[in-house]
Design a protein around this ligand. Sequence first.
Ligand code: MG
Length: 425
Amino acid sequence: MAIVPASNGRAGGAPMASGGPGPRPCVALIVAAGRGSRLGGPLPKQYRDLAGAPVLRHAVRAFLDHPKVAATRLVIHPDDRALYEAAVAGLALLPPVEGGATRQDSVIRGLESLAELRPEAVLIHDAARPFVDRALVDRVLAALATTAGAIPALPVVDTLKRGDGGEAPAIVGTVERAHLWRAQTPQGFHYDAILAAHRACRGQELTDDAAVAERAGLTVALVVGDEANFKITSEEDLARADEDLARRRSRTGIGTSASAREETRTACGYDVHRLGAGDHVMLCGVRVPHAAGLVGHSDADVGLHALTDALLGTIAAGDIGQHFPPTDARWRGADSAQFLAHAGQLVAGAGGVIVFVDVTLVCERPKIGPHRDAMRRRIATILGLDVARISVKATTTERLGFTGRKEGIAAHAVATVRLVVPPSP
Ligand code: MG
């Protein structure tokens, strides 16, 4: 069988006319009806934020962008309709269908809903696998030219042990790992065959669609999977997904999808602290001996506070007072390095890469020059950046104003961040 593009030639999954003459299309069915109970929190995992967009929005992109996938439909939980609408805003998807009590029920509802489109093939994918890419979809579709089913999979390389099932399990055997594979999605099938197989296997509690196909006697080919195409089932997986995305973006300088946009953002921060009794000031993470001290709830490091606000600004994440309220006793006397580090982590979590930061300290005294390089190195350490990406400057106000009268020290900061953002609706 040949897999062909939609007859109307539209890429991007726009709904097509149903049941008419012409080549039968390939359709993607994304299963997003699970509750994700292994992940804590009120949000099902497929709606959790991954670098600025819900996990499932990442997961549908490879299908929407694929020229051979004519339409994409999601199967959602009945309670998730509002979450779904927000997550897929602006995407050209078929209207969603509501899933059932089990994954298998959800898939069969999705398959039945596609009947009027008369697809030739269907790709069934889990919404919790956000990193499926076009090459993987191509491999599955290519295999469908000669078999009724094809799934991506990876060979098992670790030695497999069987435990005795106890709370502190002991080994009762070693499982022969030759010819064992780890199944992934999207799993591709000839539509008529998988629909018939699902109808025949209703209620049998099979763990994936390939198992349904096997039970029905269909031949299912294994094609090479992708380690990056992992399934998010735990908080650790979500953190790993965030890191993977940030790493890819910093390596390529662009998003993983043609529809994502790279942009550069600049934001500024400003802070002032009053001078009072003391024998040193903390400025840009460096202890500088001085005839006075800076007064504040934390260590009153105006330089790091201004820079923290600048970084938060690049991702519109509010300001330092929101993240570290001065009313909170935890931050009394706190080392402001932790505020800056937190802002850096938030930027990275949003898929951002810090390009450059620039801090200007405004004071008559102490002299900043002798400490400038130590300050740059300290900021570099806190943010994990090359020192060449950090500038620290100083100026006076010619003895004018509060800084001129040595009542306080001010700091300005500017941060420039490159990040990939999802396509606008
Ligand atoms: Mg402050």
